[in-house]
Design a protein around this ligand. Structure first.
Ligand SMILES: [Zn+2]
Length: 408
């Protein structure tokens, strides 16, 4: 009896591993045939056929589409991830907005929802909003709830994935919030979450231009600043999952602004969207600016980084000075990242990066002036593929990663 149990468990494990291997092969080679899968994986054609049948009929993950014409013999069918059987929800729990997206297995969007976060309300209030967005997406007319295979969430801050905690999020002012347990107990769907910067990097690697590279760093310059590091096509977490806290790299400067973490020397206190706005407000105490006052309608508390950029484009001297300083510190720190990790590409996303040439041209110049060996250091600096939907795509990628490993 004991032997039988062991054999049975081993069989299940083997079947799971082989299915995972087939899913990875179809993911990397969409449209591949059963025979080609057997050739690529070294599994027997009989095993591949049996498991592919199960992945189509039982797991409802794959589908066979049009036949591939062949010169002789039976025509072959090609395999794809299905468009109509299984669905995924991706959530970007941002400081300003909670954005949610329902997609099929090929990450094609079916429905999107955006609500204001109100990040400084108590954690339960914000998490209830997330639950509400998930519920609204999962009751889409085209989809039954049991067809939703999982939910991915991108959240700002340091996370403990084992305990399902947001350990510390300066942007939300959260400490040890039981994010996973709270949401899971309400939605009853498989749930995966991770730090927003890592999630963005994963989205870039899974669905974006980053798929062509092995070593990439994805930097988010929005309300705060962070980075997701991918080495040899794998997310790098560091010892305690804190790798990528790029916004808290210390820089030398005037120390006029306090980073939400409490330090004054962080890059975030110079180059984040919030710091850009705060710095413009500070400067205006000595030197009023008509352009900036008009843009914020005389309410300095409403001044945003976007308005500072707009004023800089209108040649406002305060706005130009603040924005240039922010790009200077950011560029120096990115050059440091390039010199440390030697990535093929640095992708930059977040609201501050979506300002066209006024952001990209000086930034690229400062980086190039400060990389080690300007002649032979090879790197590219590119915008993230999905712009303000980058974290949502990454959250979909979190679930895809689990599906490919058959962990759902
Ligand atoms: Zn900091």
């Amino acid at each position: 009896m004991k032997d039988y149990k062991v054999t049975s468990i081993s069989k299940n494990l083997l079947s799971k591993l082989n299915k995972s291997c087939i899913l990875h092969t179809v993911w990397e080679n969409k449209g591949i045939s059963r025979i080609e899968i057997a050739r690529n994986t070294n599994l027997s054609t009989a095993t591949v056929s049996r498991l592919v049948d199960s992945l189509i009929k039982n797991d409802r993950l794959l589908e066979e589409r049009e036949t591939i014409p062949v010169s002789k013999g039976r025509p072959m069918k090609s395999l794809y991830f299905g468009n109509n059987e299984r669905f995924i929800i991706g959530i970007d729990l941002g400081t300003t907005f909670i954005r949610g997206m329902l997609t099929n297995m090929n990450a094609e969007p079916i429905k999107e929802i955006e609500v204001v976060t109100e990040s400084l309300r108590e954690p339960e209030y914000v998490l209830n909003k997330v639950v509400d967005v998930i519920e609204r997406l999962s009751t889409s007319s085209m989809v039954k709830r049991d067809q939703i295979i999982g939910v991915g969430i991108a959240v700002a801050g340091i996370v403990n994935l084992e305990k399902g905690l947001v350990v510390f999020s300066p942007a939300f002012q959260w400490r040890n919030v039981k994010c996973h347990e709270y949401i899971q107990s309400r939605i009853h769907l498989p749930l995966f979450f991770d730090n927003v910067n890592r999630v963005m990097a994963l989205g870039e690697l899974t669905f974006g231009k980053g798929n062509d590279y092995d070593n990439i760093i994805c930097i988010n310059v929005g309300y705060g600043i962070g980075a997701g590091i991918i080495l040899n096509k794998k997310l790098f977490y560091g010892t305690d999952g804190m790798a990528g806290e790029f916004g808290h790299v210390p820089v030398t400067g005037d120390n006029l602004i306090v980073c939400p973490c409490g330090n004054k020397t962080c890059l975030t206190a110079y180059s984040s969207g919030d710091a850009i706005a705060q710095r413009a407000v500070l400067k205006m105490k000595d030197q009023p600016s008509e352009i900036l006052m008009n843009l914020c309608r005389n309410k300095l508390e409403d001044l945003t980084a976007k308005m500072v950029v707009e004023a800089a484009m209108q040649k406002d001297t305060i706005a130009i000075e603040v924005f240039q300083q922010s790009i200077h510190h950011l560029g120096l720190s990115i050059a440091g990242l390039i010199n440390t990790f030697n990535p093929q590409v640095i992708f930059i996303g977040g609201g501050v990066a979506q300002n066209g040439n006024i952001f990209w041209e000086p930034l690229k110049e400062i980086i190039q002036e400060n990389v080690f060996d300007r002649i032979s250091t090879k790197y590219q600096v590119l915008p993230v593929t999905f712009l303000d939907r980058a974290a949502m795509y990454g959250a979909i990628g979190l679930v895809i990663k689990e599906i490919l490993n058959m962990d759902i």
